[in-house]
Ligand binder design. Sequence first.
Ligand code: SF4
Ligand code: SF4
Length: 469
Amino acid sequence: MYKYDPKSSIADEFINDAEILESLAYARENKANKQVIDAILQKAREMKGISHKEAAVLLECELEEENKEIEKLAKEIKERFYGKRIVMFAPLYLSNYCINSCVYCPYHVKNKHIARKKLSQEEIKQEVIALQDMGHKRLAIEAGEDPENNPLEYILESIRTIYSIKHKNGAIRRVNVNIAATSVENYKKLKDAGIGTYILFQETSYKELHPAGPKSDYAYHTEAMDRAMEAGIDDVGCGVLFGLDKYRYELVGIIMHAEHLEAKFGVGPHTISVPRVCPADDIDPEELNAIPDEIFEKIVSVIRIAVPYTGMIVSTRESKATREKVLDLGISQISGGSRTSVGGYVEEEPEEENSAQFDVSDRRSLDEVVNWLLGLGYIPSFCTACYREGRTGDRFMKLLKSGQIVNCCQPNALMTLKEYLEDYASADTKEKGEKVIQEQLEIITNPVVKEKAKEYIENIHEGKRDFRF
Ligand code: SF4
Ligand code: SF4
């Protein structure tokens, strides 16, 4: 029997089954207890987060007024810490070879009817040029676990290739990495390669979902973020594939993971992703208990309230309508114009090959997504400044917690949007974007920052690139 200890290095102690079950029981008991729920909301209004147990109660809450208050508070927290900027990124699938057996993923080793592909360095170059020509500056690379086909050396070489390509005015300035759990030594190599965030999703309903392969080792997988932090990667991105039967359990688990990182390393996760199970080759979402929109939206609100300092990411798995709703409730980063097949940016693959990890619901181009965000009053941002300025880990968190980060985010969003408008935007997007830039420049409160931002934006118009605060 494991004992709950957020500072422990043992997965079963920092995400502790008995503690989760107790929290869920407490949530069920109090789901209509106005006094308990109001006290949690009172604490949440301080915008410093709430515990996993309190989050469980809010998720379960059945009181109409309080549920409205949960939504309202999530929106306020989003606005306070993240303002109107929405950071844009794209996934880049390097290889779908995988020796694992995750039941929710079509790359599982037993799936014989998808095409297995691995990009060569030349193919990566072509993919990156296609992504740069769309306007992307930030990528998340993805690869299945396969020591023979996708060894770490391949990933490191691919990162070098991606950073080396400068096509026209394009550049990939931040590469986030989503690959299998690995050793401290390998995380050090990733750190040295200049990665942004190391991303790894962790499902707690583990055994039945990961019946075989190295990923079936729950402890090794779940303790990966500790090893990454020990290796000096202080921006780590957590996530859970929601809809896997026990969403309540998963939610409490991921918040406990965040609490653990904060307790042990003094800095919580940089981001939390909220993918939801969706159709793909060999995957039936019904069988995996896909969760309805309403619950999905509530999960986003509750995470926003529980961990205000953690960015939240949603992908193109979600439809335009769902993305619009959750942007308001707490999402600060989205992908746009994504292809989820290996090599999909250069060439849309024929249906029979089907190498995609999941079906994309939001199929709009990046320009359409940028245009849509502008229309909704957001500032699409291609900013990658923080890690390039050494603002990572606790340095970053201090700025975020004090609210000072907006002095960087806001002008950086405007300057990178300006680059996008100059180099890639359609006429309509350009017109909308220029208007937003002029309006938002005036709102910058710090006069020095405002003047500098104006000057840099003028320089961008004259052809210079890559300014940042
Ligand atoms: Fe492999 Fe990752 Fe898919 Fe699991 S989720 S089968 S590890 S690619
Ligand atoms: Fe993100 Fe930092 Fe840029 Fe803000 S300034 S958008 S936190 S990279």
